[in-house]
Design a protein around this ligand. Sequence first.
Ligand SMILES: [Zn+2]
Length: 111
Amino acid sequence: MDIEVTRSEGALCHRCGRPLLALLDVPHSFRREDGVEVRGRRRVGLCANCDRHDTAGQGLIAFFTVNTGIADNQVGEVADLVAEWIARLPPPPDLSDMVEPDEENWRQNGA
Ligand SMILES: [Zn+2]
């Protein structure tokens, strides 16, 4: 999986407003009802406050609390922690919900 981890650079947590430890740029995809796979990327913030009770996020939080960046010899370690955390993230906002009303409208109007 192609995940980019960037320093949060002052970005704030959308949940509690505190500075984020890191921002992760994560690819995701989902399959629409018509079978078309929609691919995209989303940015996920790692917050020491909000994510501290998430067992999957604790390893990452510990890492970024101690380390301000990722050294070359730490890439493997971070990749494992990120993979663990990503696997536990809630699914992205369901875009199909946003698309559906339009499609419904489209069908009803018979356009
Ligand atoms: Zn937070």
